[in-house]
Design a protein around this ligand. Structure first.
Ligand code: NAI
Length: 247
């Protein structure tokens, strides 16, 4: 039997990059998926890929920053699958700028999606998870939430916030057998990092002990482990998937 056979997993921001890799990996491990993106069309495209793996997939449009939309996402999930075993909060954005030039919109938007979006999803899913007395929540943070990064004060604050949220919720839900952990990717090859100039990417790779950027699949492997029963005794942790960048 596969590790996540017939588990029901929600992955936010699953249309591309790390979220897509996580959704495909969980499906490969036997789970049925609810995949969300801001556009239904893009969610449908990854759902088709999941169905090709022989698993069920429910595509839904959902802006995680909007609590009502997140409530509909959870309702849609339980109506279709009757339960939620795994929630992966992956949706995230960047709006980089030096602090001196950062405007309120750049600050608010990044906090709204990355931090409030993670809260919204956890808040809306928790009642179901508590009733089940079982569940896994995996939040995608970032190594820069630990170490900081010039030009990303909004993003780093949001990701540091996700770490505090992870640890607090882990403590609150432990008695209900719900494990809450975070994965902190380093530099991963996705659309988010594609925009960086080649020179910057080369310099970054030099700062990584393993000497290269990571792949979305390498992040997905860690998420799949934390979402499985193999990780039943792990909660409140942040696991870096970063080639040794932060030790
Ligand atoms: P990406 O830009 O390729 O994909 C982001 C996904 O989030 C997309 O599916 C997008 O539609 C979705 N999304 C954006 N705003 C949303 C909203 N308001 N509601 C719902 N979904 C929304 O990014 P990537 O690289 O795949 O990043 C995924 C996660 O990993 C993010 O949380 C990011 O912060 C984090 N991360 C990425 C790293 C990297 O090097 N690529 C490093 C560390 C963390």
């Amino acid at each position: 039997m596969s590790r996540l056979q017939d588990k029901v997993a929600i992955v936010t921001g699953a249309s591309r990059g790390i979220g897509r890799a996580i959704a495909l990996r969980l499906a490969g491990d036997g789970a049925n998926l609810v995949v969300t993106a801001t556009s239904l069309e893009r969610a449908e495209s990854v759902a088709t890929e999941i169905e090709a793996l022989g698993r069920k997939a429910l595509p839904l449009a959902c802006d995680v920053a909007e609590f009502e939309q997140v409530e509909s996402l959870i309702k849609g999930t339980t109506e279709t699958f009757s339960r939620i075993d795994i929630l992966v909060n992956n949706a995230g954005i960047t709006k980089d700028n030096l602090l001196i030039r950062m405007n309120q919109e750049q600050w608010d938007d990044v906090i709204a999606v990355n931090l409030k979006g993670t809260f919204n999803c956890i808040r809306a899913a928790t009642k179901t998870l508590m009733k089940q007395r079982a569940g896994k929540i995996v939040n995608i943070t970032s190594v820069v939430g630990i170490m900081g990064n010039a030009g990303q004060a909004n993003y780093c604050a949001s990701k540091a916030g996700v770490i505090g949220l992870t640890k607090s919720v882990a403590r609150e839900l432990a008695a209900r057998n719900i494990q809450v952990n975070a994965v902190a990717p380093g530099f991963i090859t996705t659309d988010m990092t594609a925009a960086l100039p080649e020179e910057v990417k080369e310099n970054l790779s030099e700062a990584i002990p393993l000497g290269r950027m990571g792949s979305p699949e390498e992040v997905a492997a860690c998420v799949a482990y934390l979402a499985s029963e193999d990780a039943d005794y792990i909660t409140g942790q942040v696991i870096n998937v970063d080639g040794g960048m932060v030790m």
